[in-house]
Write a protein that binds this ligand. Structure first.
Ligand code: EPU
Length: 418
């Protein structure tokens, strides 16, 4: 297992190119199941999760190739309809094949994802929605087994605006007979990107990003040609916290600042300057940031995927910050590790109280999930002395060559492969 060794307490400088979005790319790659022929997607990040999705699609019978950010998927030869446990257990987003397989082939067998480090994460909303559209669903030996004739449009209300739930139903509805309305749908930029991709394939979708999505089914879709994925807002936000915690001046290129309003607003509250220029988003940090309170919320609220990185930042802020996690019930796995680096954090239920300390100190720490790993990198870059971050395969699931990018900015960071 690879590990990272970081010698922190250094200012960084320069520009960094933000990669394509992992969470936009994953559903977009599965949308290729809906259209026979050669689908071409651009700016796909080279990540472990993308490789896993490739394996899953190949396992279904599709042709999949990845070359310098371009993914070509020919789904004409799909002949297997199962997402096996071994793949789903390494990546929950595998469940995104369920909607497209049912809509296109009328059958799917997908391993139930089960709980994960950050919470229970059920998929009941995906299943209720598909049942409303006419699918018959049973759970057997840890698998969802779903069958249907042509799906029919339905009115679906989500109790919680689930991101992948919205994506699964939206994809299923593109080929259904009649109109589907998803109320209280997720509004994340990744939902809009998937809708735009599906529209480019001939789907009829209105309202993506607005909370009520209306999809009028069509008989068939054509392959996506050169569809370019949006930049990764969470990677951009992570680099913002890195700039803030190290007191650095960075230029983020290929960054859509409008996808990061909540994060940018909090950064401004703590005294960070951000300036949108023709070249990109410039972030300038001179003084120690002040404390701020945060509550994670579905988009456009503050993203849960930025909570851990912000907590690392708040651990050296002036004053006390309160962070409330409302999306996942167990997303404070990074706290024990940040404490090993000297952070003063108390947890009670879903609330963390962070009392800023003058300095973090390097330590050996363990990555437990993707964003928790990112928070340890953020903290280690500011910490005095050396940190070793173990189990960085979590980090490689969602950050494209983060060690290389940081080295280019002047960080003392080394990957040790084993
Ligand atoms: N929920 C249910 N029932 C469902 C679906 C969700 O109760 O059927 C609950 C979940 O347990 C959770 C809340 O609803 O408490 C929100 O979950 P959601 O379904 O929106 O999360 P997700 O679709 O599984 C995506 C991202 C996550 C991100 C969340 C929230 C992808 C592939 N994953 O997960 O990304 O944290 O939305 O924004 O898009 C990450 O990239 O590190 C990551 C975990």
């Amino acid at each position: 297992m690879d590990k990272l060794i970081i010698k922190g307490n250094k200012k960084l400088k320069g520009e960094v190119e933000i990669s394509g979005s992992k969470n936009a790319a994953l559903p977009i790659l599965t949308s290729s199941i809906l259209a026979e022929g050669k689908n071409i997607f651009k700016r796909i990040p080279e990540l472990r999760d993308i490789a896993t999705m490739g394996k899953l699609l190949v396992n279904l019978g599709a042709d999949f190739s990845f070359d310098k950010g371009t993914v070509i998927i020919d789904s004409s030869s799909i002949c297997n309809f199962e997402a096996p446990y071994d793949l789903v257990k390494t990546m929950r987003a595998s469940v995104l094949v369920l909607g497209p397989l049912l809509a296109k082939y009328g059958r799917a067998k997908v391993s139930l994802p089960g709980g994960c480090a950050i919470g229970q994460r059920p998929i009941n909303l995906h299943l209720i929605g598909l049942e409303k559209m006419g699918a018959s669903i049973k759970l057997e030996s840890g698998y969802v087994i779903a069958k249907t004739g042509r799906l029919t449009g339905a009115s679906i209300y989500f109790d919680i605006p689930s991101v992948t739930g919205t994506e699964n139903i939206m994809m299923a509805a593109t080929l259904a007979k009649g109109t589907t309305v998803i109320e209280n749908s997720a509004r994340e930029p990744e939902i809009v990107d998937l809708a735009n991709c599906l529209i480019s394939m001939g789907a009829n979708i209105r309202g993506a990003g607005e909370g009520i999505i209306e999809i009028e089914g069509v008989d068939s879709l054509h392959p996506a040609i050169d569809y370019e994925i949006i930049p990764d807002r969470i990677e951009a936000g992570t680099f913002m916290t890195i700039a803030a915690i190290t007191g650095s001046n960075l230029l983020l290129k290929n960054c859509r600042s409008e996808h990061l309003d909540a994060v940018i607003s909090k950064l401004k509250d703590i005294g960070i300057s951000l300036d949108l220029t023709e070249k990109g988003l410039r972030i300038m940090c001179k003084e120690t940031p002040s404390s701020v309170d945060i509550k994670t919320m579905p988009y456009p609220g503050f993203p849960t995927d930025m909570q851990a990185q912000f907590m690392a930042l708040m651990s050296i802020a002036r004053g006390t910050s309160i962070i409330r996690e409302t999306i996942f019930e167990n997303r404070f796995m990074h706290v024990a590790e940040l404490r090993r680096m000297g952070a003063d954090i108390a947890i009670e239920g879903g609330t963390a109280t962070i009392r800023g300390v003058d300095k973090l100190r390097g330590a050996p720490v363990m990555a437990t999930d993707l964003r928790a790993s990112a928070s340890l990198v953020v903290a280690a870059l500011a910490a005095k002395g050396q940190s070793t971050i173990h189990r960085i395969y979590h980090l490689d699931r969602g950050y494209e060559r983060i060690d290389e990018k940081l080295r280019k900015l002047g960080a003392d960071i080394q990957r040790i492969s084993s």
